[in-house]
Write a protein that binds this ligand. Structure first.
Ligand code: ADP
Ligand code: ASP
Ligand code: MG
Length: 403
């Protein structure tokens, strides 16, 4: 008998019919003698619809109330799935975030889980009960918080760590983790295994199949993690330690992000305070900066450019223009409509020529590589969004990921 956590995403619980299917799956796991805790997302596009509703009321909704609103989506699903399980003769009960003891830091919109008081969950499970837990939400100082979009994965992994589950299964609408998003790349292949490190990079670089903090939490607490389909019996993808990998692929997967923008501060005299000043000011205004490039010194001046998400461009420009007095730059340039393609693979540490191969592939798609950033296990390139699809296909092909 194993202790399992099963998490079902939005599409998997998108209708009453699908919730019934999920209930069958949970019932089967229970009938096989396992103890099971279930974590669910809001049904279908509920969370998007709630965001739209809030935006119809206010262009800058109060963050506390936004969390109260968004947390209702998951609350619908826990009740419906519990009803479906009870109908099958099982002992099930719904748990909102606070009822499940999920404490978070006191930040609205992107709170991190600080601890889980497991007494009520464990007590219920010990008595043969199945807890059906609302993902994506917690409580801090008596207020409802949410974990950030896609955060139900993180709830599932954190619960699995807290109750020392033997396995955490993430059920979704694809068969596992693929070499690229199968919705964009027809030839994408499902991976049998991937390391925590590679999965974390892919998630951080835009693969929404897993929430980055879920992977981080799984790695930290050694949670055995599997991504698989709600709609089939196939085995899915195991996320595992690097050392148990059979062979090291040079590149394991490709990820991308859209709605990227570049901002450049042009002609900053060398003698003025620069990087520290610029990026402290941006951080203070909560602007998330990604790729940063500084030019070589030319006639006593440098240019600094960096990427932000398109939604942050106006705020970033305002900050940059506001510091003109101190940095004495000659102008601020910005460009929207960009995308970032990244390749990830543990094997690239010991293989030269990986970046060159990526540039060749992107150039053959017609894209001009505007910015590059690398780490030991990834290379990211910023290109025009118009070349995203062709670029992804060429890069996927160049590293023979479809074979
Ligand atoms: P859920 O609602 O179950 O959490 P998500 O939509 O958050 O599902 O995540 C699943 C989606 O992630 C898939 O439908 C797929 O389009 C996308 N995706 C992006 N990159 C990958 C990848 N490398 N492997 C598998 N799916 C991916
Ligand atoms: N319902 C939330 C979202 O759509 C959380 C999740 O599905 O993981 O982002
Ligand atoms: Mg998700």
């Amino acid at each position: 008998m194993a202790v399992m956590v099963q998490k079902y995403g939005g599409t998997s619980v998108g209708s009453a019919e699908r919730i019934e299917k999920v209930a069958d799956r949970v019932a089967k796991t229970y009938a096989n003698g396992h103890q099971v805790a279930v974590v669910v997302s809001a049904m279908g596009h509920t969370t998007d619809e709630l965001v739209e509703l809030a935006n119809a009321i206010s262009s800058d909704p109060d963050r506390r109330e936004m969390d109260v609103l968004l947390s209702t989506g998951e609350q619908v699903t826990i009740a419906l799935l519990s009803m479906a399980l009870i109908k099958r003769g099982l002992k099930a009960a719904s748990f909102t975030g606070w009822q499940a003891g999920i404490q978070t830091e006191a930040v609205h919109g992107a709170a991190r889980i600080s601890e889980i008081h497991t007494e009520s969950l464990l007590d219920w499970m010990k008595r043969g009960g199945i807890p059906v837990i609302a993902g994506f939400q917690g409580i801090a100082d008596g207020a409802i918080t949410t974990l950030g979009r896609g955060g139900s994965d993180t709830t599932a992994v954190a619960v699995a760590a807290a109750i020392q589950a033997d396995l955490c299964e993430i059920y979704t609408d694809v068969e596992g983790v693929y070499t690229a998003d199968p919705r964009f790349i027809k030839g994408a292949r499902r991976l049998d295994r991937i390391s925590y490190e590679e999965m974390l990079e892919l998630a951080n670089l835009g693969s929404q199949v897993l929430h980055p903090r879920a992977v981080e939490t799984a790695k930290k607490h050694g949670v055995a993690l599997v991504v698989r389909s709600t709609f089939s019996q196939n085995e899915g993808t195991v996320i595992t330690e690097m050392k148990t990998m059979e062979s090291e692929r040079v590149v394991t997967g490709v990820a991308f992000e859209k709605e990227v923008a570049r901002i450049a501060l042009l002609g900053i005299p060398l003698e003025t305070p620069q990087l520290s000043h610029i990026f402290s000011a941006l951080a203070k205004e909560q602007v998330n900066v990604d790729v940063i490039v500084q030019s070589v010194v030319r006639e006593g001046e440098v240019d600094v450019s960096f990427t932000v998400m398109e939604g942050d461009v106006d705020r970033a420009i305002e900050v940059c223009e506001g510091m003109m007095e101190e940095t004495k730059h000659k102008g601020v340039f910005h460009e929207k409509g960009l995308a970032k393609i990244s390749i990830v693979g543990a094997g690239m540490i010991s293989n030269p020529g990986v970046a060159a191969k990526m540039f060749t592939a992107l150039e053959s798609s017609g894209a001009h590589v505007k910015m590059v950033s690398t780490s030991e296990i990834k290379v990211s390139c910023v290109i025009d969004n118009d070349f995203l699809q062709a670029g992804l296909e060429k890069v996927h092909e160049a590293f023979e990921l479809d074979q």
